[in-house]
Design a protein around this ligand. Structure first.
Ligand code: ATP
Length: 328
């Protein structure tokens, strides 16, 4: 028989992403809709261990759908990685009377949730919130679309200065394991080359491509580099290498860094977060546990958490081809 769910906890954990607030709002309001108490823990798993929380009603989340970051704060809790820490977390959850936990975060946060479930049989549900889009089981994670738009806006600005000075810019974007941001923002920003972890372009081909681009009469070049690209050199080493081998270029580097995490979430991320929050709470009320909600074929669907953690988020190979054709 299904256990009646009366109190749901929610955390944001790992790296912050724009749209996390919209997801919190959705979880809180869906709980209110079903007359379930919602408890927001501050600073992810750390807040659970320390009993740092507040009861959240529908009005407590007003005015946050358009705000970047997360009102619940996020953290990387070392203590939760230990059995002792998780024991404490489970004790706190029991004391407060939490029946189920919604975890908004990335695959690390989901791993923690799954272990909590395995050790204490605690019901958990994941909502993917991370700008890298590196989660299996969803075509989009919350924050990815906003980050993409931020990056494209910056590339457009860099293009203005690059073409005024006849410069080559290496623009480093986030994406340690997957090149979604680099690939999409590179195509949208008209980059001459895109370096991503999934593809080993090699330095020779990079030089060849830049030479071709120069010959074709381009006044500026932008190379978008994912922070985890396979060439194995950081952007500053790439700059030195190209400057040495292509003296006709003045090369500059722009590392976009944390600005990619900030800003007001896009319409897409707000809608996605709202849909995912509803599905997460309704699934828990339905007695489901150990799943992640995700977007597939424009439908919000569940993927078992272990698959979401183990699976690999693949880049769109067709987009790679489009990118190659666009840079001719
Ligand atoms: P992002 O993709 O933005 O980095 P993430 O959720 O993958 O987000 P992590 O730092 O990997 O971020 O994980 C967040 C938190 O989840 C950790 O600080 C820790 O508390 C918990 N966690 C991660 N991995 C484990 C694990 N193997 N066992 C227990 N807890 C874990």
């Amino acid at each position: 028989m299904k256990k009646l769910v009366k109190k749901i906890g929610v955390i944001t954990s790992g790296g912050d992403a724009p749209g996390m607030n919209a997801a919190i709002r959705s979880v809180v309001r869906t709980c209110a809709f079903y007359n379930v108490t919602c408890v927001g823990f501050n600073r992810g798993y750390a807040g659970i261990i320390e009993g740092d929380y507040q009861i959240m009603d529908a009005r407590s989340v007003r005015g946050i759908i358009n705000k970047g970051g997360t009102i619940l704060k996020t953290a990387r809790s070392k203590a939760f990685r230990t059995v002792e820490g998780r024991k404490k977390a489970n004790q706190k959850l029991q004391e407060i009377g939490i029946d189920s936990l919604v975890v908004i975060g990335g695959d690390g946060s989901f791993t923690g949730a799954l272990i909590l479930n395995q050790e204490f049989n605690f019901p958990v549900m994941g909502i993917p919130g991370t700008i890298d889009n590196d989660i299996f089981g969803t075509t989009h994670t919350i924050g990815y679309d906003t980050a993409l738009n931020t990056v494209v806006e910056v590339i457009d600005k860099i293009r203005d200065t690059a073409s005024s000075h006849n410069r080559l810019f290496f623009v480093e974007v986030m994406g340690r394991d997957v090149g979604h941001i680099a690939l999409n923002a590179g195509v949208a920003g008209g980059a001459e080359e895109i370096l991503i972890p999934e593809e080993d372009l090699g330095l020779d081909r990079l030089l060849e491509s830049l030479k071709r681009s120069k010959k074709s009469g381009r006044s500026s070049s932008i190379v978008v580099v994912s922070e985890g690209d396979k060439i194995g050199k950081n952007v500053f080493e790439l700059k030195d290498y190209v400057e040495k081998n292509m003296t006709e270029y003045e090369v500059r580097v722009s590392v976009l860094g944390h600005m990619q995490r900030g800003g007001s979430p896009s319409c897409f991320d707000r809608v996605l977060a709202s849909r995912m929050g509803v599905k997460a709470v309704e699934s828990l009320l339905d007695g489901k546990t150990n799943y992640m909600v995700g977007l597939k074929n424009d439908i919000i669907q569940l993927t078992p958490l272990n698959q979401a953690i183990k699976g690999k988020s693949e880049i769109n190979m067709e987009l790679l081809r489009v990118s190659d054709i666009m840079t001719t």
